[in-house]
Ligand binder design. Structure first.
Ligand code: AMP
Length: 218
């Protein structure tokens, strides 16, 4: 069983690493940001409520996010493990996760923290573009698609997330520093936190992440 948390600031590469870990270990990647974006897209009541927070880079209220995660973690595909990406984002969510997993007879095995400095995060986020259909990530300078505006993998349109605009990026990084970063210490005290260097090629970082996960198992 591998119950993992991928931790890091917005733009650290959690989504990208989560995808490759999910394929490697055959366990689902659970991105609260993706679930929320899909609710916004489908204009559900939850999505409409969440959107106002997301658009200004704030955290969506804990009750909303916790409700989603509870449902998701009960699914059969989480039996062999899961990769949480973008959750928990504050101490209250981390405490709630511990209680929830405890009630299911489970726990977190490792929290992998992807370290990237602030200046680089801003550079990555401001140039990020995402495929509307398959979620593939691009960067207008560092990894542009072959044809501008079109996904290399599935041919669908690529777009800039509303919250990847300059002023919202600053707000998100501030929220990360104030509310989410304290979790480094929280999981450090539980001896679950394992930092990896988030600068380098995607494959090199994946290797470091896998090494950190395997080290945590012994
Ligand atoms: P992400 O894709 O993880 O960067 O998330 C995008 C946005 O969704 C965040 O800026 C928040 O507004 C919201 N969000 C995602 N995950 C959470 C969470 N665990 N708690 C509260 N808000 C969240």
């Amino acid at each position: 069983m591998r119950n993992l948390i991928l931790f890091g600031a917005p733009g650290a590469g959690k989504g990208t690493q989560g995808k490759s870990l999910s394929e490697r270990y055959k366990i689902p990647q659970i991105s609260t940001g993706d679930i929320l974006r899909s609710s916004v897209k489908n204009k559900t009541a939850l999505g409409l409520k969440a959107k106002e927070y997301m658009d200004r880079g704030a955290l969506v209220p804990d009750e909303i996010v916790l409700g989603m995660v509870v449902e998701r973690l009960k699914s059969d595909d989480c039996e062999k493990g899961f990769i949480l990406d973008g959750f928990p984002r504050n101490i209250k969510q981390a405490d709630a996760l511990e209680t929830l997993l405890g009630a299911m007879g489970k726990g977190i095995d490792s929290v992998i923290g992807i370290d990237v400095e602030r200046k680089e995060l801003v550079r990555r986020l401001s140039g990020r573009r995402v495929c509307r259909k398959c979620g593939a990530n691009y960067h207008i300078i560092f990894s542009p698609p072959l044809n501008m505006g079109v996904c290399d993998k599935c041919g669908a349109e690529i777009y800039q997330r509303d919250d990847d605009r300059e002023d919202t990026i600053e707000a998100r990084l501030k929220v990360y520093e104030q509310e989410t970063f304290p979790l480094v210490d929280y999981y450090g005290k539980k001896k679950l936190y394992r930092p990896v260097n988030g600068i380098g090629s995607v494959d090199t970082i994946t290797e470091s992440v896998v090494r950190a996960i395997e080290a945590g198992k012994s």
